[in-house]
Design a protein. Structure first.
Lengths: 294, 272
């Protein structure tokens, strides 16, 4: 009896050791995240509380509240993020719906048009919009020759250009989860709704739409969070007129070598992102948010 | 045609005619998703200083300029080296991590997964600034090593997610059977498990390569000197003026991406 107990304890010990050994296989990846991400970002956190005189101070955060230029940056960041997310929903939802109604074979073909830009370099796509939207660009050329407007309109180096570029880049992040959620909806629910006398419109809004909201929610949050920290597209298409938080961080370091100010902005940006993702994780599984299902 | 318009399009008996607006709208959006990027391709073959569409005279002038420029060639070599090395580093350690999290049943697995996907959640500017600071201390600023480490960081979440979801669909009992027949764990993994998740591994490799090759913001901070990346130089050129050389480079980059995706879909076809 005692021998059997000892044997069981030994087996348990072995199993625990085995689990730890297996877990240890993830250590190279974890170590890399620790050294290149966690420690440096932790250091930024620390620096953000150091004032110009080298002592603990809140001046980097006070500056953000006190100075108009900083509050304007936060307003711009939210403006761009909200507008981009909204436009992505308005454009992406109907497209996802359209694809979800097609037979899978055709839908996959349409999906290529979503995936193709998804995998094309961000910089290349931003450059393409710069070329298209500039004063002598194709859009102005064609619109004027068609008589849509007489003078070349200014599309780049302002908010309009930034939004066009951002929406184009963010659309796949919205469409893919929404499409995934729509595909999972059982068509019999809609048949049942019509059978019970619901008009097509009513069946859509009371049955289909609510069932697609997890995907819509996941996609919108993803787009919003990505917009908050976006740099390349607003930097190129905004032409210095649309300044977002990430751009201010870069200029604080590249131009003013002010690590304190840059770090404080970084900490605020990180906290905003974390809070949104935390709220999202209350409603969604992590795997859904990362698109692991598709 | 008229019959088709009146035929039902969905479970709720909406006709195709009533849905015509949706078809038109979806068509326009799909064209707008793809065309803007592709327009760069014909423009890159123009002979003019200014980007024309369609070009009045065709030439390879901007390609010649690109291939003849030491600066662009140096950047291209850096980018390709970094992307290949990132692929070779990120894939094994990412696959290993995904396997570890899948097989080990310790309660810390969840926390480790969250930590491994944080690089995807943290704004990339912050990673860039943090890496810049760390690299000054570690004295690997402006080196390929530094670039590969930072890009591997970005690629790890992709590899862990792709491989992890493949492992979920894989029956671990097959590996257990091999081990009960006397194979050590590593051998059971290499001969039984790995061949069955190979599609996910190939996809992971392609994603890691592209994650590195297309990366801009981190490269802006930690590449330069003898090792500037292509994207860094392109971004700097974009801020100054619209140089048609960029159109030529963009066309080549589209080509590389497309090739990678075709490769992935050729070798990555299967359950995933």
């Amino acid at each position: 009896m005692a021998a059997a107990d000892m044997n069981a304890a030994g087996l348990r010990r072995d199993e625990r050791a085995e689990r730890w050994r297996l877990f240890g296989l993830s250590s190279p990846a974890l170590l890399l995240v620790l050294v290149i991400l966690v420690i440096p970002v932790g250091w930024l956190f620390y620096v953000s509380f150091i004032g110009a005189d080298g002592n603990f101070s809140l001046e980097n955060y006070e500056r953000m509240v006190a100075r108009k230029s900083y509050s304007r940056i936060f307003v711009t960041t939210f403006q761009v993020s909200i507008l981009t997310t909204g436009l992505c929903i308005l454009i992406g939802y109907p497209l996802a719906y359209f694809m979800s109604q097609l037979p899978v074979k055709w839908a996959n073909l349409c999906l290529i048009t979503v995936l193709l830009p998804f995998w094309t370099s961000l910089l290349v796509r931003t450059y393409a919009w710069l070329v298209l939207l500039q004063k002598q660009g194709l859009v102005n050329q064609w619109a004027i020759s068609l008589g849509l407007w007489d003078e070349p309109l200014k599309f780049v180096h302002n908010m309009t250009g930034t939004l066009i570029g951002m929406v184009h880049i963010m659309l796949p992040f919205l469409i893919l989860p929404v499409y995934g959620a729509m595909r999972a909806i059982d068509g019999d629910y809609l048949k049942a709704a019509s059978n019970l006398g619901a008009s097509p419109r009513r069946a859509f809004w009371t049955v289909f739409f609510p069932l697609s909201t997890p995907g819509l929610f996941a996609g919108s949050l993803m787009v919003f969070v990505l917009c908050l920290g976006f740099f390349v597209t607003p930097a190129v298409l905004g032409g210095g007129r649309v300044i977002m938080v990430s751009m201010k961080i870069v200029s604080n370091i590249e131009l003013f070598v002010n690590w304190g100010a840059a770090s404080a902005l970084g900490v605020v940006l990180l906290l905003m992102t974390a809070v949104i993702l935390w709220i999202a994780s209350r409603f969604l599984k992590l795997e859904q948010m990362t698109g692991g299902g598709h | 045609m008229a019959n088709w318009l009146k035929s039902p399009a969905s479970e709720t008996q909406v006709t195709h005619g009533q849905r015509l607006w949706l078809y038109v709208f979806a068509g326009i959006v799909m064209v707008l998703l793809v065309l803007p990027t592709l327009v760069v391709i014909p423009m890159s073959f123009s002979d003019s200083q200014y980007l024309e569409f369609p070009p009045e005279t065709w030439s390879l002038r901007w390609y010649r300029h690109y291939f003849g420029s030491d600066e662009w060639m140096l950047a291209t070599v850096t980018s390709v080296k970094t992307a290949v090395l990132t692929m070779l580093v990120a894939t094994p350690i990412g696959v290993l991590a995904a396997y570890a999290l899948h097989a080990s049943k310790l309660p810390y697995v969840r926390a480790a997964f969250v930590m491994l996907i944080t690089p995807m959640m943290v704004p990339v500017v912050l990673i860039a600034v943090g890496a810049f600071y760390a690299y000054v201390k570690l004295q690997i600023l402006y080196t390929i090593t530094g670039l590969v480490l930072a890009h591997t960081l970005l690629a790890i979440p992709l590899v862990v997610i792709v491989t992890g979801s493949a492992l979920k669909g894989y029956d671990m009992n097959q590996e257990n059977a091999a081990r009960s027949l006397g194979a050590p764990r590593w051998r059971a993994f290499l001969t039984i498990t790995l061949p069955q998740i190979r599609f996910a591994v190939v996809t992971s490799m392609v994603l890691s390569f592209l994650a590195s090759f297309d990366e801009v913001v981190i490269a802006m901070f930690i590449s330069g000197g003898d090792n500037p990346t292509l994207t860094r130089n392109m971004f700097n050129a974009l801020r100054d003026q619209i140089d048609p050389t960029i159109a030529a480079i963009s066309t080549l980059m589209i080509l590389v991406t497309t090739l990678m995706m075709v490769l992935a879909s050729l070798f990555g076809r299967g359950k995933s």
